[in-house]
Design a protein around this ligand. Structure first.
Ligand SMILES: [Fe+2]
Ligand SMILES: [Fe+2]
Length: 179
């Protein structure tokens, strides 16, 4: 079970790293460029929503179906993903109106940080204790399928990146540079 959940914890670290860099950029004298914001929105849509929340909603949370108490937790977290999607749409709307979208992005980042902390500190630990080894192996396989599907669908890997994990693709490099 740990191996599957460790992959999600690793993705949390990658997401929080991108958020840290974003907040540093916001605090620096030069406002983040529109290109940088476009890259961050891609990361939110592809890495966070399609890939990471995809793994949680389409695989991890489903594995809690036989455990009513855990399942209600999973439903709460799914609702939070939905609320996060609303906040991400607010960024896009602000930009359509000609604004930078930075204030809306900060709200999204703050909301998701809280959500990730809740997963790391509570539900992941509980799920780990409740599900057995074989469900862990099934989950790891399902995560790998979802990840390949996302990489393929969004065409985000360069030809020489065939064996890289999604978090290690060069596509996200610009988001990890210190301001
Ligand atoms: Fe989540
Ligand atoms: Fe998560």
């Amino acid at each position: 079970m740990s191996e599957a959940l460790d992959g999600l914890r690793e993705e949390h670290r990658r997401i929080l790293e991108v958020f840290d860099r974003f907040e540093q950029r916001c605090a620096s004298p030069n406002e983040p460029s529109p290109q940088y914001v476009n890259g961050l929105l891609d990361f939110i849509q592809i890495f966070i929503d399609a890939n990471h929340h995809g793994k949680e909603e389409r695989a991890l949370f489903r594995a809690t179906d036989a455990h009513p108490w855990l399942n209600s937790f999973a439903m709460l977290l799914t609702e939070q993903h939905e609320a996060g999607r609303g906040l991400a749409r607010a960024v896009a709307r602000a930009r359509e109106r000609g604004h930078s979208g930075l204030a809306e992005l900060r709200s999204f980042v703050e909301y998701l940080r809280e959500h990730i902390a809740r997963e790391n500190e509570a539900i992941f630990v509980t799920i780990e204790q409740a599900l057995d080894e074989s469900s862990g192996a099934d989950l790891a396989a399902r995560f790998a399928e979802i990840e390949s599907e996302v990489i393929e669908h969004w065409k985000i890997a360069e030809p020489d990146e065939a064996n890289r994990r999604i978090g290690e693709l060069r596509r996200w490099d610009a988001l990890l540079v210190r301001a």
